[in-house]
Design a protein around this ligand. Structure first.
Ligand code: SAM
Length: 439
């Protein structure tokens, strides 16, 4: 039974299902769910969206620099385990692992990297020259989040560790409930069948947890406003906190703090959207199993859930600020001294610029939470020039260069996307002056 058949079967049984349950089946149903890997590439040039690891290896390299500092802070544990959740095609793992071999003081020997995804098929992490005796890379299948409709969340199939839980664009793929304010009453969007077609209809809340979440955030939706709520954050935070003996959680994703995310003026229809072949389609009930469904992350709730489970926020900035603080701009400037052809220089430069482009990946957020490690000034959250240790380290490390597995923005391999490559580094993002995130 494919994902759509399963959705219709559940609706025939129960009359309707919540949007969260619909999204869970559409994305994660073992037979034909979007992320279950039977429908060809998901991210990338031939897929439906592109993510930072694909754009330039500097993304993974700078994350490994931040991981290196976390390892120093923790007094160099060995192993230092990095659990990447939602590892997708393994490219980020490969980039982090390869760059880590260049880092000093025994870091590569201590690093143990685990890729976790609902799709357990080996990806690019296998092709890493860095993997071998020194660096352990494993891929483990997760059960996937099964929406808050009676299915228990799958626990993490791992033993406790010291290190970092890392994710890029994981949380935006978690199923969300959709709520809407009608006649002064908070209702939930359910999916049913009307005249043979799937349809979204407002109905009673399936759980008081939805109203509780908004109450806890101090959010009151405006009349007619629609918004998404990810209740799965609680299970996820509990699971990662359980498994993390001590260390950090580094989360990169698109989203906002609650006040901004749930603004009736700026986002009256919420942020739920769908992507099919790099086109934003905004039609969640169509192409079930063949298109991505996603919503922006409520970072206030990520932080609040974290506090409940002993994860203290340590830094929260845009991806642009985070990567520039870690030294991206020096790498971009240094490209001309690497003996590359003009084409190679331009391609690498375009990728690096795209990672921090305002209105695009640059507006994503980087959040670090810590457990049992005290509070520390992390390099990614301090202006780079003022951090001596980081500056010395970065001066000794040339930029990593794109491989054929990265997306060459100058080659036009991705005609469906709108790329705006600035001629030079745009000015630092003005807080609050963000444009709507475009992927
Ligand atoms: C938008 S993709 C991002 C992939 C990759 N991190 C990247 O940046 O290209 C989201 C990924 O999260 C995975 N995923 C979703 N829920 C998960 C869970 N509970 N545990 C592990 N992986 C999950 C999906 O299978 C998918 O590969």
């Amino acid at each position: 039974m494919n994902a759509e058949q399963e959705i219709r079967r559940r609706i025939a049984d129960r009359g309707s299902i919540t949007f969260a349950e619909f999204m869970d089946v559409a994305l994660y149903w073992p037979a034909g769910g979007y992320y279950r890997g039977t429908g060809g590439p998901v991210g990338g040039p031939q897929g439906d969206f592109y993510t930072s690891p694909l754009v330039h290896p500097a993304f993974g390299a700078l994350l490994s620099v931040q991981l290196f500092q976390m390892w120093l802070i923790m007094d160099r544990p060995s192993p230092f385990t990095v659990l990447e959740m939602g590892a997708g095609n393994g490219l980020l793992c490969r980039d982090v692992a390869e760059f880590s071999t260049k880092l000093p003081e025994g870091f590569p020997k201590a690093l143990r990297y685990i890729c976790l995804d609902v799709n357990s098929q080996p990806g690019l992490e296998k092709g890493s020259a860095a993997t071998g005796e020194q660096l352990e890379v494993l891929r483990v299948a997760a059960g996937g989040y099964l929406g808050g409709d009676g299915n228990p969340p799958a626990g993490l199939p791992l033993a406790r560790f010291r290190g970092c839980v890392l994710s890029n664009e994981l949380l935006d793929a978690f199923p969300v409930h959709q709520v809407t304010m009608r006649g002064g009453k908070l209702l939930e969007v359910h999916v049913t069948v009307e005249q043979g077609e799937l349809a979204m209809v407002p109905d009673e809340l399936s759980t008081p947890a939805l109203a509780d979440r908004l109450d806890g955030l101090g959010v009151v939706l405006g009349e007619g406003q629609t918004a998404e709520i990810c209740l799965g954050l609680e299970d996820w935070t509990g699971a990662i906190s359980d498994i993390l003996e001590a260390g950090f959680v580094l989360t990169v994703d698109y989203g906002r703090e609650a006040e901004d995310l749930y603004s009736a003026k700026d986002r009256p229809r919420g942020t739920l959207t769908t992507f099919y072949r790099h086109t934003q389609t905004d039609a969640p009930l169509r192409r079930i199993g063949s298109q991505d469904i996603t919503a922006q992350v409520d970072f206030t709730s990520v932080m609040n859930e974290g506090r409940k489970f002993g994860l203290a926020p340590m830094g929260y900035l845009t991806q642009r600020e985070f990567l520039l603080n870690l030294g991206l701009q020096d790498w971009q400037r240094g490209l001309t001294g690497l003996g590359l052809t003009q084409r190679q220089t331009d391609a690498n430069r375009a990728g690096m610029v795209d990672l921090v482009r305002p209105g695009g990946l640059g507006d994503f957020k980087a959040l670090v939470q810590g457990k049992g490690v005290g509070h520390h000034d992390l390099w990614g959250f301090q202006p780079g020039a003022s951090v001596q240790g980081l500056k010395r380290l970065m001066d000794s490390l040339p930029a990593p260069l794109m491989t054929p597995d990265h997306l060459d923005l100058n080659q036009g391999r991705d005609p469906g996307s709108e790329f705006q490559i600035e001629g030079d580094w745009p000015p630092f993002a003005v807080p609050g002056g963000e444009e709507e995130v475009s992927l």
